[in-house]
Design a protein around this ligand. Sequence first.
Ligand SMILES: [Zn+2]
Length: 167
Amino acid sequence: MQTRSKRDFYWLDVDNDGSAFCTVKFMVDHVSPQQRSRNMASVRSFGTAPELAVRSILHRLGLRFRLQQRSLPGTPDIVLKRYATVVFVHGCFWHGHNCPRGRVPSTRQEFWLPKLRRNRERDRENARQLRLLGWRVLNVWECELRDKLRLRRKLAKAFQRKGDGGN
Ligand SMILES: [Zn+2]
């Protein structure tokens, strides 16, 4: 099978009087259909398993959201603009949750401790910046996904609007 690299093409449209009025750039990628479907699949499923689970809960709660807003500090995983809320789905280990999964290994602590401390500091700083910008910051921890019903209740409560009734 012949493979060619991706190439950019530039199109120059010429008006009646001969002046160029528009430049269109598009990309033609010569990838096999299999490869293309793999690429598409990876686009569709981007996000870790815990992220996907949280998105599915929010979706079932009827909430609309955007993903990975890079313009916001820390690139929040989920952004619910209508509720001025961002959600981070954090792995317990990497983000230093106070739970069994967040425990630092007993070996090579000199390696892990500073690394994990930096992650926590970065999380705190991002959250602080986001709050300054008027966002509410919600963290969902990986371990919370073990009890989905409970997590669903937590999220439902967080996004309960006034007048929804407090059933
Ligand atoms: Zn945890």
